[in-house]
Design a protein around this ligand. Sequence first.
Ligand SMILES: Cc1cc2nc3c(=O)[nH]c(=O)nc-3n(C[C@H](O)[C@H](O)[C@H](O)COP(=O)(O)OP(=O)(O)OC[C@H]3O[C@@H](n4cnc5c(N)ncnc54)[C@H](O)[C@@H]3O)c2cc1C
Length: 471
Amino acid sequence: MIPEAALAALRAALGADAVITDPDRLAPWLVDERRLFSGRALAAVEPQSTAEVSAIVEICREQHVPMVPQGGNTSYCGAATPDASGRALLIRFPRLSRLRAVDALAGTLTVEAGMPLAAVQAAARDAGWFFPLSMGSEATAQLGGALSTNAGGLTVVRYGTARELVLGLEVVLPDGQVLSQLQALRKDNTGYDLRHLFMGAEGTLGIITAAVLRLFPEPAARETLLLNVRDAEAACACLNRARRTLGDTVESCEFFTREALALVLAHEAGARDPFAGEAPALLLLEIAGTFDAARMRDTLGELAANLLDEALAADVLIAESPTQRAAWWRLRERIPAAERAEGGSVKHDVSVPLGRIPELAALAVAGVRDRVPHIRCSVYGHMGDGNLHLNFLAPVGAVPEDFRATHGQALSADVHALAVRLGGSFSAEHGVGQLKRELLRATRSPVALGLMMRLKQAFDPDNLMNPGKVL
Ligand SMILES: Cc1cc2nc3c(=O)[nH]c(=O)nc-3n(C[C@H](O)[C@H](O)[C@H](O)COP(=O)(O)OP(=O)(O)OC[C@H]3O[C@@H](n4cnc5c(N)ncnc54)[C@H](O)[C@@H]3O)c2cc1C
């Protein structure tokens, strides 16, 4: 490859402004969110249309330039960071972020890949509907990134992961062809369902340029419950009871232990413990329904009484105001920031079948305490989806960097082996990227791995599309 020839062809196709080589502008795009990976790039391009993406891909194929699609760059596994060679072209989407169509009757949006998730939610609201994909990074993370990672987030327990919200997809393939399947069909059994190959592929099979999204009725009533529970086992029992009582209205189910809460209380100005130190663990339930608010409140009162009667929860609070609701959510959402403020943690994002969550939480904590007495365990996550973040911090007084360097690998090996032994996954929602490739190889069957390799080879024989990620 002659880099100058590739750059000249890109400038001719897109205009000089759309090809960025200024090191200061490139710098923030060359490191990942967690500062675990950094790389270099030939340049970054910011196409404005699917046709421009296709032109870029064709140039890269002709000139043998590897391509790294990058959305909001919030990946937790280095999935959007180029390698150190400096050969790759970053393809970014801030200018490919239009709302293409709204179908207010059917409840669908057609949206380009570069639109931030928060803006997709707002567009749905403007159309009188609700788009449920929501997570801590939603102001920055883009639709294309969220679909490529099959993101989870806060509402999976009710609405499913990102792939379940997509009816149609437009993708530029590694040879530059456009696969245009932007139909808004709930039913279409005409052969292989190709759209699902690209969701979760982390940009290794093609570049998503637009999607048709399913919308849902905006809930008329929303209530938030905070439960004081003994442990993960009691939390699972409470969730089970809530679902049986409230049906499909349980929208979020977040679990966090007192140790995780303590970190937030230490670092978040104004944070207050709702149970004044009494709760060994907390369960946050968000209930949203289209029926009337008074009826929902009555049913919640009955649920709370039952949970207390049966000693499944020691205390049940129902948020009295939007301010109180926001304060409780902040306790849960600020845990990662509090871990960082404390010097960082050894992080995990594992899933197991819901019924095995209690074993996962108990065995993981017991196991790491055997290895490192006084280790601090920040256990939290989207429990309703069988997903926990098991994050471990240095004992008080130990140097966080030394703790991670000495114990990080062994702790992660233990946690991942435990999750797999319980029938689970080493990466529930953050993906594989470049951080967890070895784990994929170690835990997937040869049959599954072989099929993945053959798919990659069929789509991208020159291995130019986000190389070094996933496989
Ligand atoms: C505070 C915080 C909270 C988070 N919470 C959650 C959570 O609850 N649930 C969850 O699942 N994740 C969570 N994440 C992780 C992250 O936000 C998600 O993985 C998100 O979906 C990534 O979107 P992005 O636009 O930033 O993608 P990027 O990080 O830019 O890229 C991610 C992957 O997608 C590929 N990609 C990007 N755009 C395209 C495209 N148009 N076509 C093809 N491939 C593309 C990239 O090459 C890369 O492989 C969180 C991250 C942070 C920082």
